[in-house]
Ligand binder design. Structure first.
Ligand code: ADP
Length: 403
């Protein structure tokens, strides 16, 4: 790979039964290797590893995250990157919830790990899984600085009016109830790229960013700082997502408990795994949804219409909150790959200066690009997100300060 592993940052995104990883140079953005461990804790675990253009696969039972990461390091060594011998500049960990405590990339020690664990009450599905990845990496690469990069951090400074839920203030304070926001690493990276692409100072731009993946969120950003975002205390609020409903009447929860006799865990599962596009249509992948719509499936059509309706509701709200917008940007799986969603989300808004050029919107192009007519007042863009690069750069900045 030219450089030695010491110049590289290993980025780890650890889920409950998976670990995604990338070894990359935060300066040049060169990715030396990447991969995923899946179905940890099951008999049919699998690791897919890519290094220097070659793919390798290993299938065997993997008991836990540490066993998975140990095998990953063996695969690295087999492709010429012996990370345990050569070391890495840093390990950057994606951590979903930083609560009120963490709002910048943080060097991990025992106290930080304990605090991330304490925040599990706010993110029971995510923080324990992130911590499993952290503990495994600390055990296997004890010499490498480990840095936590929080999904909530970018939104830490949201204005009080945007982050406060109108419930009993004492109850909210006692239980850490506020809007935290998620996908912050992506919203920050993408909005920064937009300013670069437009050749403008981020301080002078009003932006709306739609991160539309399996999870989906919108943000309103004024002068480089977020003033609102659609996800809340948890990643359930806001836009319609693959398996989550986004905004709901909170009365639905009590109604389900009383009328459907669901307990709180069943309701949590219904809202996290069986709602959204999947709940309405039976599929959560947008490509499958499009195929169903083409066959005339009415449930799929309705799911799509609800999805787009919600996007437009947030667009309208953020347009007014910002008092006008300079750039609207789409990113992540659906945002980058679905011209239909982009066109439908922004249809009929020329009177607000918002237009999409059909040829630019549908062109086969994976690069960051503008899809509005050149003379339109509002720039509409597609910008591929790169959370791994953003995490690697953040981790690198933290360790540079240690030198
Ligand atoms: P995650 O939130 O897991 O990081 P991604 O950003 O990878 O998710 O987005 C996954 C979503 O992107 C899925 O719903 C998938 O169907 C959708 N997607 C991926 N490629 C395309 C495509 N070519 N057209 C439409 N949707 C796509």
């Amino acid at each position: 790979m030219g450089e030695t592993a010491e110049d590289f940052v290993l980025v780890i995104n650890s889920g409950s039964s998976s670990i995604k990883y990338q070894l990359l140079d935060p300066e040049s953005s060169v990715v030396a290797a990447s991969g995923i461990v899946e179905r940890i804790g099951e008999d049919d675990s699998v690791i897919q590893h890519r290094a220097d253009g070659e793919s390798a696969e290993r299938r065997e039972p993997i008991a836990d995250h540490t066993a998975g990461l140990r095998l990953v390091f063996e695969m690295f060594a087999a492709t010429g990157h012996d990370l345990r011998r050569e070391g890495v500049r840093a390990v950057g960990h994606r951590v979903v919830h930083g609560g009120e405590v963490f709002y910048r990339p943080t060097l991990i020690d025992d106290d930080v790990a304990a605090a991330i664990s304490d925040l599990s009450a706010l993110a029971p599905l995510h923080n324990p899984a992130n911590l499993a990845g952290i503990e495994s990496a600390r055990a296997l690469l004890p010499g490498a600085p480990q840095v936590a990069v929080f999904d909530t951090a970018f939104f830490h400074g949201l204005p009080a009016a945007a982050k406060t839920y109108a419930i009993d203030a004492k109850v909210a304070a006692a239980h850490g109830i506020r809007k935290y926001g998620f996908h912050g690493t992506s919203h920050e990276y993408v909005s920064g790229r937009v300013a670069e692409l437009l050749g403008r100072d981020p301080g002078e731009l009003n932006q709306i960013v739609f991160h539309l993946g399996n999870g989906a969120s919108a943000s309103a950003i004024r002068g480089g700082r977020p003033v609102d975002t659609s996800m809340g205390l948890t990643p359930l609020e806001g836009l319609v997502m693959g398996t989550r409903p986004g905004d709901l009447d909170p009365g639905i929860v009590a109604h389900l408990a009383r009328s459907a006799h669901l307990d709180i865990d069943q309701i949590d599962t219904l809202l996290n795994r069986d709602s959204g596009i999947k709940g309405l249509s039976g599929v959560n992948d947008f490509r499958e949804l499009r195929r169903l719509i083409e066959t005339g499936d009415e449930a799929a059509r309705l799911a799509y219409d609800v999805y787009v309706h919600r996007l437009r509701r947030y667009l309208g709200a953020y347009l007014i909150e910002l008092g006008g917008v300079d750039a609207i940007t789409f990113t992540a799986g659906v945002g980058e790959n679905s011209p239909q969603v982009r066109a439908d989300a922004l249809a009929g808004l020329a009177r607000f200066g918002i237009e999409v050029d059909p040829a630019a919107n549908t062109a086969e192009n994976r690069a960051a690009r503008r899809i509005s007519p050149p003379d339109a007042p509002v720039a509409v863009l597609v910008v591929p997100t790169n959370e791994e690069l953003a995490i690697a750069r953040a981790a690198r900045r933290v360790v540079d300060r240690l030198d």
